[in-house]
Design a protein around this ligand. Sequence first.
Ligand code: GTP
Ligand code: MG
Length: 267
Amino acid sequence: MAELRTTLALEEEEEDEPEYVQFKVILLGDGAVGKTSLAMRFCQDHFAKQYKQTIGVDFFVKRVTLRQETGDVNVCMQIWDIGGQSIGGKMVTSYIFGSHAVVLCYDITNYQSFQHLEDWYSLVRRTFAGAQMPYVALMANKQDLSHIRAVKPEKHSQFADENDLYSYLVSARTGENVSPSFYRIAADLAGVTLSRPELEVTQNPCKAEIINHQTTRRGPPRDQRRGHSQVGQELRRHVIRSALRAPCCLPSSPSPPPMLPDPAPSC
Ligand SMILES: Nc1nc2c(ncn2[C@@H]2O[C@H](COP(=O)(O)OP(=O)(O)OP(=O)(O)O)[C@@H](O)[C@H]2O)c(=O)[nH]1
Ligand SMILES: [Mg+2]
């Protein structure tokens, strides 16, 4: 009898657990462009100033609920943060394989990191040769440093247009546009249309910095004067219905990842 009660309780618990649509999202790009920082900002709302190189791959998980009139959709995003040094390595194609979304990241203050996206993107195309390409996005990080940018917005738009990429402008440091961008990716993958208020709710509050104007002769930097609302995003709707109906767990790669998360994924 006690056993039966335990089984019933377990079944009830399972019924309460929402079903998650699971997506594998990989972050690619040169070393130090801010991939780990973006994943950390989105999953843990944390930013570390100090650079710690990612060796191989690191994993993050974030569960999000997408609200729509016909019912909520629960999404579990497995974020594969690929170390920038992996580009020449043997394992990189197996990391990319099976991904639903690829986010090509660069640092707007580092022109080379933008140029190298050609190489990263061709690696993605080679991995998916003959198969359906995943959702591919172009993510321009370090928008807080726009006063020392090396990549003009026109260059960004041109690359996105020529390659038909979704486009996001973000700052892992301030958190600007990070959550809305990943929510948008989740929604596009799940085929959910998010309303503007929902996207705004996902925006992290920015920390205000107090500047002493009496001792600062030139005033605050230009980007602080403009505030954070000017960072726009060019978003095109495109739905990929490749969701795997599966419980949320790591990893879900067709081939097991050679390096397990260390420490265990958290969010
Ligand atoms: N100002 C500024 N610094 C950033 C931003 N994002 C990341 N950084 C800094 O850039 C450095 C590199 O960031 P990481 O996230 O470690 O870069 P990564 O792309 O993961 O690098 P690899 O692991 O080598 O591939 C760190 O010192 C971060 O603090 C940003 O949006 N603004
Ligand atoms: Mg890293």
